[in-house]
Design a protein around this ligand. Structure first.
Ligand code: GH3
Ligand code: MG
Length: 315
């Protein structure tokens, strides 16, 4: 674990460096407060820091205050190591944001175990962050395809719609549905069907830009949100997606499965429409593609009114 030593006295710094190195820490040393602050600001900052109180530039308590006011994640565990003794100083140092307070001359074993306590806090927080991030991914993604889930892709559409209205940029939407997918399940089994869904999602992602969003809208239905794409561009992308899906069959453990996709395209135009109307328009185009024989793209055609609202928000 990376650790910062901020200490202006060369001898003390060297001594600390030697001990910490021996205990397996990766040491970064600073001879003044400014240098210490710079190291703490780096992209991959030390997770633990031992700070002298009195240093040229910034003093130790000021560094504590700055670190805490930034509230950066992950947490930095701060230990004040100073010649200033007395309850008043301990309180001032801890109130500035230090997690622990040690006085000089330090006892080697005490420093070692106090650092171990700090590491426990840092490790616990890492676990907490990892668990929170994993939960966040679980809550927002479809586990089978790895795409955004229904709720999240709708949030993305609302967000991009608001942005497009403000900026005047176009916004494209594609609703895509696998053709005769029930036959895939019936013919090859549900697991093979799952493998097809996974492969189709991966192929679609290959064609999207980093700021496009792809979500699994329903069982075998996908919604794509395309910032900056007008109807023609979105239609061209839909055609590329169609060709990519039908261009080669999906290889599964149950056999090689040919797949085709029907796509409906809509785009924000002028004053028109809200998210629900945009989805209705893409849905309507998709149904036209299905009616005209499937494995094709249909674009535009205005907002549909015949679809029940509950199909759109929420699921
Ligand atoms: P169409 O061309 O008209 O869209 O026909 P279709 O067979 O694709 O449409 P239909 O709505 O009749 O059937 C959709 C099928 O998708 C039925 C359902 O079991 C299957 N499906 C939905 N979600 C999943 C899934 O997560 N895994 C698998 N394997 N199949 C799924
Ligand atoms: Mg289908």
């Amino acid at each position: 674990m990376k650790i910062l030593i901020a200490e202006d006295d060369k001898v003390s710094r060297r001594l600390l460096e030697a001990h910490l190195g021996k205990w397996g820490y990766q040491v970064e040393a600073a001879g003044d407060g400014e240098e210490a602050w710079r190291l703490l600001q780096s992209a991959d900052p030390p997770r633990l820091a031992i700070l002298d109180w009195m240093m040229p530039g910034l003093d130790g308590t000021e560094i504590c205050r700055r670190v805490r006011s930034e509230g950066r994640e992950p947490y930095t565990y701060l230990i004040m190591l100073t010649a200033l003794t007395g309850e008043e100083n301990v309180c001032e140092g801890m109130e500035a944001g230090a997690d622990d307070y040690l006085t000089k001359p330090f006892r080697v074993n005490e420093l070692r175990v106090r650092l171990r306590a700090g590491r426990r806090i840092v490790d616990l927080q890492d676990e907490l962050i990892a668990a929170r991030d994993a939960l966040g991914i679980k809550a927002s993604h479809d586990p089978l395809t790895g795409l955004w889930n229904h709720e999240e892709i709708l949030c993305s559409l609302q967000r991009e719609l608001a942005r497009a209205r403000r900026s005047g940029e176009p916004l494209g939407v594609i609703m895509a549905d696998l053709d005769h997918f029930k036959q895939v399940n019936d013919g090859f089994g549900h697991q093979a069907g799952d493998a097809v869904l996974h492969a189709v999602a991966a192929r679609m992602l290959e064609h999207l830009r980093p700021y496009d969003a792809a979500g699994r809208y329903g069982g075998e239905e996908f919604l794509l949100v395309l910032p900056g794409c007008d109807l023609r561009n979105a239609e061209a992308l839909a055609e590329r997606l169609r060709l990519s899906i039908c261009g080669s069959p999906v290889e599964t453990s149950e056999g090689v499965i040919p797949v085709t996709l029907s796509l409906g395209v809509a785009a924000l135009a002028g004053e028109e429409p809200d998210a629900a109307a945009l989805i209705r328009a893409a849905d309507r185009a998709l149904y036209r593609a299905k009616e005209k024989g499937r494995n094709r793209v249909e674009a535009g055609g205005g907002a549909a009114t015949h679809l029940a609202p509950q199909r759109i928000f929420p699921r």
